[in-house]
Design a protein around this ligand. Structure first.
Ligand code: G4P
Length: 529
């Protein structure tokens, strides 16, 4: 297979959902179809997950999930599929956003009885920023579900996107009889005994075959179905692949991941409708995946994946060309050449060394601490630099100091490394060093992660003093004399470790004050680097 064919058969997507909607179950079923795992339950240790009682445990669980199943690759029907797992916890939206940067499309799993849940909302918002295709899998139809029209209506109204149901459920819960395939105009009946891992042997029946339909799903369900399909055909959006490709129309699938119903049709349609690896923007212009020149960017750094080895793994998305193990590449931000000698691909809880990988694939490499989120790795002869992944504005701030001054070195190293991984952002007051670090986080749980990791991984105890600030803005004016700005007394001037000037505020009112009282002041709420 040549380079172009290898790349064109790749499909790289992320799965998002509110916890418990069925993301893991659906992932498992997809892996089963691909023959990548033999039994359900391999993706995450349910037994341990169940005992999660506190937020802290929840966090450990989150880390556990991303450790074992960050990226999963499998083959299906000639396609090479990469699934990216996303953390479900609300304090990890930024992590999710970075993972989405590595994906070419997104699958959103929704519990049919619950509809859109808080975390679905948050994740959707982050997803929509990417303008990539979004597919919806409405799960758990084997349980009592909400009216499907109501579910579509909710998606359209809350998310402002069009919906295109690819199939339509016939009843739900004990009355779940199957789905109607709108393209084939046939029904596929649900048989409870398909529980488990076999492929479903569908009984197909044309919707005009009244006699057979009555036999299969009963007259009552048949009448209902015919009425609903008539309504749907008249009222729903037309299918438009261009609208799907830019994330404005979401193809919707109904099914039941647990009973393995609707998963295969979902996979088949999804593979046809979604895109092969997309071109990416760099400072030098667009890089197309089929380019002969290898390029990749770092979207995730995971420390201490294996506690025994204290290793740190950097995940990169290959954007163009072919990656070859042991070949010399160039790390743009580090300004030097390097060899990635033990590139890994993860499969459920296995890691495996890869000798080659293509645009669309994700590889993990052991990192001695040289990479940061957003870094580019490419060919030395064809240097490009991907546009950085924007940093989310932190909403919580605290001063962190080490308790024991003898531990200063470890403290600085720990704080810097954790910041490099993107878990926290660090700042300081102008003209002060690393004794008192101001830490900004998007979710408060990150403070606990920081304290826990500094203690466990760097053996440093810290004192945390929470600060009242809630908003941060990067000052966009070059060379401005910040000390001369007219600011409220509860606005604070800080710098990041690249020397950029920022202001932290306790309220939006104070931001407006700063803008009103300082003519020409530019305040930006995303970091560009
Ligand atoms: P998540 O990754 O989105 O958090 O969800 P997960 O797949 O872990 O599923 C959450 C619960 O919902 C699990 O039950 C799972 O079995 C169940 N589930 C998933 N899909 C379906 C479905 O289509 N129908 C029904 N009825 N249930 C479904 P659990 O009791 O928490 O775990 P387990 O003991 O079943 O493994």
């Amino acid at each position: 297979m040549d380079l172009k064919q290898e790349i064109n058969r790749r499909r790289t997507f992320a799965i998002i959902s509110h916890p418990d909607a069925g993301k893991t179950t659906l992932t498992e079923k997809l892996l089963l179809y691909g023959g990548a795992i033999q039994t359900a339950g391999s993706v995450k240790g349910k037994a341990t997950a169940k005992h999660a009682v506190s937020d802290w445990m929840e966090l450990e669980k989150q880390r556990g999930i991303s450790i074992t199943s960050s990226v999963m690759q499998f083959e299906y029907d000639g396609y090479c599929i990469n699934i990216l797992d996303t953390p479900g916890h609300q304090d990890f939206s930024e992590d999710t956003y970075r993972t989405l940067m590595a994906a070419d499309s997104v699958v959103m799993v929704i519990d049919a009885a619950k509809g859109i849940e808080p975390q679905t909302r948050k994740l959707f918002k982050v997803t929509a920023m990417r303008h990539i295709p979004i597919f919806t899998f409405i799960n758990k139809l084997d349980r009592d579900a909400r009216d499907p029209f109501e579910l579509l209506d909710q998606l359209e109204k809350e998310f402002g996107i069009g919906t295109y149901p690819v199939n339509w459920p016939i009843g739900s819960g004990v009355d779940f009889k199957g789905v109607f395939d709108r393209d084939r105009r046939q029904i596929m009946t649900f048989n409870e005994f398909h529980r488990g891992q076999d492929k479903l042997k569908a009984i197909e029946c044309d919707i005009t075959d009244t006699e057979k339909l009555d036999e299969l799903i009963g007259e009552y369900s048949r009448r209902d179905l015919v009425d609903q399909i008539e309504l749907l055909d008249g009222a729903s959006f037309d299918f438009d692949i261009d609208q799907v490709r830019c994330g404005k129309l979401t193809p919707v699938f109904f099914g039941s991941a647990l009973t393995n119903f609707g998963v295969e049709p979902f996979l088949e349609n999804f593979l046809k409708m979604t895109t092969a690896p997309l071109a990416r923007s760099t400072k030098e212009g667009e890089v197309i995946p089929e380019s002969e020149n290898f390029s990749a960017f770092v979207f995730k750094i995971q420390a201490n994946m294996n506690k025994a080895h204290r290793d740190r793994m950097t995940f990169m998305r290959i954007c163009s060309g072919k990656f070859e193990r042991d070949k010399e590449y160039y790390h743009v931000q580090g300004g030097r050449s390097l060899r990635l000698s033990q590139p890994q691909q993860l499969m459920a809880d296995n890691r495996q060394i890869v000798n080659e990988a293509y645009a669309g694939d994700i590889i993990g490499v052991f990192d001695p601490g040289i990479f940061s989120i957003g870094d580019t790795i490419c060919e030395a002869k064809h240097k490009v630099e991907f546009e950085g992944i924007p940093t989310f504005a932190p909403e919580h701030f605290a001063v962190i100091e080490h308790k024991d001054s003898l531990k200063r070195k470890q403290f600085v190293k720990g704080v810097e490394q954790i910041a490099q991984e993107g878990a926290i952002q660090i700042f300081h007051e102008p003209n002060t060093g690393m004794e008192r670090v101001i830490v900004g986080v998007v979710g408060v749980l990150q403070f606990e992660v920081l304290e826990h990791r500094l203690k466990n991984e760097y053996n440093v105890d810290v004192i945390r003093s929470n600060m009242p600030y809630q908003f941060i803005r990067w000052i966009g004016n070059d060379g401005i004399d910040v000390a001369k700005l007219n600011l409220t007394s509860d606005t604070k001037w800080v710098q990041d470790f690249k020397g950029n000037n920022l202001l932290i505020f306790t309220s939006e009112w104070n931001i407006n004050w700063a803008l009103e009282k300082n003519d020409g002041l530019i305040l930006e709420d995303f970091s560009k680097n």
